[in-house]
Design a protein around this ligand. Structure first.
Ligand code: HEC
Ligand code: HEC
Ligand code: HEC
Ligand code: HEC
Length: 186
């Protein structure tokens, strides 16, 4: 009987101890890591490649020739209705409900509604805070993987150098209208 009470008491102490620890941990989490995780949930609207074209004519003209730009049209009409095919062969839907066919700029660079203003675009850090993505192999692998029925393997270096898929990356000077003017003057 006595021993039983003792066990109860120990159990009680253990449980209240655990509750205290859990509460402390929750407070620590709330102050620490929990907050930034929430920030990542911010989503941005897609605007479509034509909006990027206004300022990035060279990248656009080059992208238009790539298989990414044509990724929607390789699907047969019935495949264009198949949820299992749409994801990797399209980009998303704009705020005005326009469906963006093929692998457009924003499939790789992030939805652009909040970074496309010149003032923000000029400052890489601000642009990235507003959703711009400078893509690396991790991004490519979200589509170039064995869930694709036509997967042919993926070698980042090889694929980056393949003009069938990648738009030209102009040199920094070509990309900057200001820099180009300076060059002419000197
Ligand atoms: C109003 C003009 C404008 C529009 C519209 C625009 N950009 Fe830009 N973008 C710029 C400027 C200016 C830069 C900076 C160029 C530089 O300094 O080399 C830039 C830079 C970039 C960079 C390079 C970032 C870096 O620092 O390496 C990417 C990628 C990019 N833009 C993608 C896009 C995409 C995708 C869209 C469409 C959603 C878009 N831009 C729309 C003007 C624009
Ligand atoms: C996980 C992403 C993903 C899914 C899901 C996906 N695809 Fe693709 N698809 C790709 C990629 C990436 C390629 C480019 C092939 C490569 O280089 O690996 C491609 C290429 C293709 C091609 C061109 C083939 C060629 O060799 O030129 C066709 C056609 C195609 N896919 C049809 C489909 C159909 C139909 C479905 C749905 C049943 C589908 N895809 C689902 C990513 C995907
Ligand atoms: C398949 C993915 C993909 C698509 C689609 C794509 N890009 Fe890119 N883009 C990249 C990669 C990768 C880089 C190089 C990033 C780096 O600097 O490491 C890049 C670089 C850029 C740059 C920076 C060039 C510089 O001078 O540094 C601009 C600007 C840009 N892209 C604009 C665009 C625009 C506009 C479109 C649509 C017309 C587009 N991209 C479509 C993957 C993509
Ligand atoms: C949103 C999905 C998606 C992303 C992200 C993506 N791709 Fe693709 N890629 C495709 C699809 C789909 C095709 C096939 C399109 C077609 O055949 O018309 C393709 C085709 C290609 C091709 C042409 C292959 C060939 O043999 O013709 C290259 C090269 C390529 N991608 C490189 C890249 C690189 C590099 C990245 C990352 C910077 C990337 N892709 C990101 C979906 C994607």
């Amino acid at each position: 009987m006595k021993e039983n009470q003792m066990t109860k008491r120990i159990t009680y102490l253990l449980i209240s101890g655990l509750i205290t620890l859990t509460l402390l941990a929750a407070v620590a989490l709330a102050e620490g890591e929990a907050a930034p995780e929430k920030k990542e949930e911010v989503t941005h609207d897609f605007v479509g490649a034509k909006k990027c074209k206004i300022c990035h004519k060279e990248e656009f003209a080059s992208w238009e020739q790539t298989s990414h730009a044509k990724a929607w049209t390789v699907l047969k009409p019935e495949e264009q209705k198949n949820e299992e095919c749409i994801g990797c062969h399209s980009t998303g839907t704009t705020a005005k409900d326009v469906f963006l066919e093929g692998v457009q700029c924003e499939a790789c660079h992030g939805a652009g509604a909040d970074y496309k203003k010149k003032k923000i675009m000029k400052d890489t850090e601000k642009a990235m805070a507003a959703g711009l993505v400078i893509p690396d192999s991790t991004l490519c692998l979200t589509c170039h993987n064995d869930k694709s029925p036509n997967f042919e393997g993926f070698d980042f270096k090889k694929y980056m150098a393949n003009p069938k898929g990648m738009h030209v990356i102009p040199t920094a000077e070509e990309a900057k209208p200001e820099a180009a003017t300076e060059k002419k003057e000197s």
